[in-house]
Design a protein around this ligand. Structure first.
Ligand SMILES: [Zn+2]
Length: 569
């Protein structure tokens, strides 16, 4: 069993609130450091998560201790186990390094499991004997138990009251000897407990069933067999940690993908696999969201009890971690609970396999496929009240919602995709993507690739432009370019739509748009759009189409919505 000393953060920000409540609350944005606005005070969670992280290791000799600990052997064992483990978790970004500190002599007994008082004495002794050059300390109490605790040590740097002689930040792990040496009576948790406590020094919280228990006066949040930061494996170091912890540490190169609405297919990659590793379903409350990650039984995840897609609710509101009302949970205090709740150390009910599905609020998630560490999930519906926050009151808002629900647009500010940018001109690259999705054309392109000099391979619009070529919807310009960044004119847009949805039809009589010459290349298309009710023109007196004007994204939404969902007669 592992125990975790709750790390109370009473840092500089709390002090500021007390002294200057008006100013502080108005100026401090706890989510400012996170470009995705997911986690509060993210920069403070990344103080120690990159490069080499040195811990001095001490053995603390207690009167009732009876487990001989060879310091050099223990240091070697810990390095051998934890270095490849954390290199795997961090994609090589982070390397813990344990070095010999020394032996400490404590006066009082360990008292385990009834109290952890002596561990505090060992912690104080380590403070007096540390070199002051390491980034943290690991204290092994020579008594026979397999628990431990850790403090992450960021707060004292803010308040300026860090111990002088000790790891300058008060960052420490204290563990029982059974966590590092073999013990017949207590074989559990060897080295996995040290890996767990190290996670706490990186600000990783427990991820558990959401039902905190108290056993022997100790908080018990170890019911998740999928995570080293909860139950993990009781015997071996053979499960990793969840996506949000890897994101918080800055170890997830490709960040996260957000779902705000519509029906969208996502591909999630397991640890060690290239690709998006975290899908976020936001809520209307900042700091509260659902995260979905993928886990495969390979590498250090060989011990996961179920392969598939795992679901967690993240809550950073003050009420979640018992902080004062103005404050917000961060780092090791944020609540990370499985969905649905587990309440059983062996259970993986929060992990969904291929063919399974589950609701998250008003959204619905299905796991469609999984192979080679990549999992395909489809999300339908929304967990937020507003699909886009920047289209309120826009005359095209209903049509924007229509094409969003059809998956034709995902938004304009990936990966958040909380905005539609209604007033921005549609580019030819966007036009290709809109049409590709509107046609539900998910066929991989072949002959259309590499046709245009200015359409590079493997960018977000490459496949869509290639499919437009293959479907005869675009031929590009005479100079062999597609001009992906050029705005689409209304005349071009008419041609695109007419070719893509050839059944629009014309009644044969050319509409007398004052500004559409009969021999213009877009004249048949504007006529077809008018006859189909997709456009009424840009003005009525005289009837005009404004063929050279750019098309805004909002206008395009209406054009596409009218094509895809024709107004009822
Ligand atoms: Zn813990």
């Amino acid at each position: 069993m592992k125990s975790h000393k709750t790390f109370r953060r009473l840092g500089a920000l709390t002090v500021l609130f007390l002294i200057l409540p008006m100013v502080a609350s108005a100026q401090v944005d706890p989510f400012e450091a996170d470009p995705l606005g997911l986690l509060a005070f993210l920069e403070q969670s990344q103080v120690y998560t990159s490069g080499t992280d040195v811990f001095e290791v001490f053995v603390c000799d207690v009167p009732d201790g009876n487990v001989p600990v060879d310091l050099a052997a223990a240091v070697a064992d810990i390095n051998a186990a934890l270095q490849p483990y954390y290199a795997w978790l961090s994609s090589g970004a982070y390397l813990p390094a344990f070095v010999e500190g020394g032996t400490l002599i404590a006066s009082g007994p360990s008292g385990w499991p009834d109290s952890i008082v002596l561990q505090s004495e060992c912690e104080s002794l380590a403070a007096l004997n540390a070199s002051g050059t390491a980034a943290g300390a690991l204290v092994i109490v020579d008594a026979e138990y397999s628990g431990g605790y850790a403090t992450a040590g960021v707060a004292c740097e803010e308040t300026g009251d860090c111990p002088i002689t000790f790891p300058s930040n008060g960052r420490i792990m204290v563990v029982g000897a059974s966590t590092v040496v073999s013990s017949q009576e207590l074989p559990n948790g060897r080295l996995s407990t040290v890996a767990h406590e190290l996670g706490h020094t990186l600000e990783f919280p427990h991820s558990f069933g959401g039902l905190t228990k108290f056993i022997n006066g100790v908080t018990y949040e170890y019911d998740n067999p999928m995570d080293i930061m909860s139950g993990g494996s009781l015997v071996d170091l053979n499960v990793g940690t969840i996506a949000i912890n890897r994101y918080a540490a800055g170890w997830m190169q490709s960040g996260a993908v957000f779902h705000r609405g519509g029906t969208v297919e996502y591909r999630l990659a397991s640890i060690g696999t290239t690709g998006q590793q975290m899908l976020v379903l936001p809520t209307d409350t900042q700091g509260v969201f659902t995260m979905i990650g993928a886990r495969s039984s390979v590498g250090f995840d060989a011990g996961v009890v179920t392969e598939g897609v795992e679901v967690y609710q993240i809550d950073q509101r003050a009420t979640a971690c018992g902080e004062v009302a103005e404050f917000i949970c961060w780092g090791a205090d944020r609540r990370t609970t499985s969905v649905p709740a587990i309440d059983d150390p062996e259970s993986a009910v929060h992990v969904f396999e291929v063919g399974e599905f589950f609701p998250i609020g008003e959204a619905f998630v299905s796991v469609d496929a999984g192979s080679g560490g990549r999992w395909t999930v489809t999300v339908t519906g929304s967990t937020v009240s507003e699909r886009f926050v920047d289209d309120n009151g826009n005359i095209h808002e209903a049509n924007i919602s229509t094409i969003a629900s059809l998956g034709v647009t995902l938004g304009c500010n990936p990966p958040l995709n909380s905005e539609f940018c209604p007033d921005t001109a549609v580019t030819r690259a966007e036009m290709a993507v809109f049409l590709s999705r509107a046609l539900e054309d998910q066929v991989d392109p072949t002959t259309g690739l590499g046709v245009f000099d200015d359409v590079p391979p493997n960018v977000w619009y490459t496949d869509a432009v290639a499919r437009m070529v293959e479907l005869g919807i675009t031929t590009g310009y005479e100079d062999g370019t597609y001009r992906p960044n050029a705005p689409v004119s209304r005349g071009e847009m008419a041609v695109f739509l007419d070719r893509a949805f050839g059944s629009l039809g014309s009644d044969g009589d050319l509409v007398p748009f004052a500004d559409v010459p009969e021999n213009a290349f877009f004249a048949p298309a504007t006529d077809a759009l008018f006859d189909a009710g997709v456009t009424l023109g840009c003005q009525t007196d005289p009837l005009s189409f404004c063929p050279l004007d750019a098309v805004s994204r909002a206008e395009m939404a209406s054009f596409l919505a009218r094509v895809l969902v024709p107004p009822s007669e």
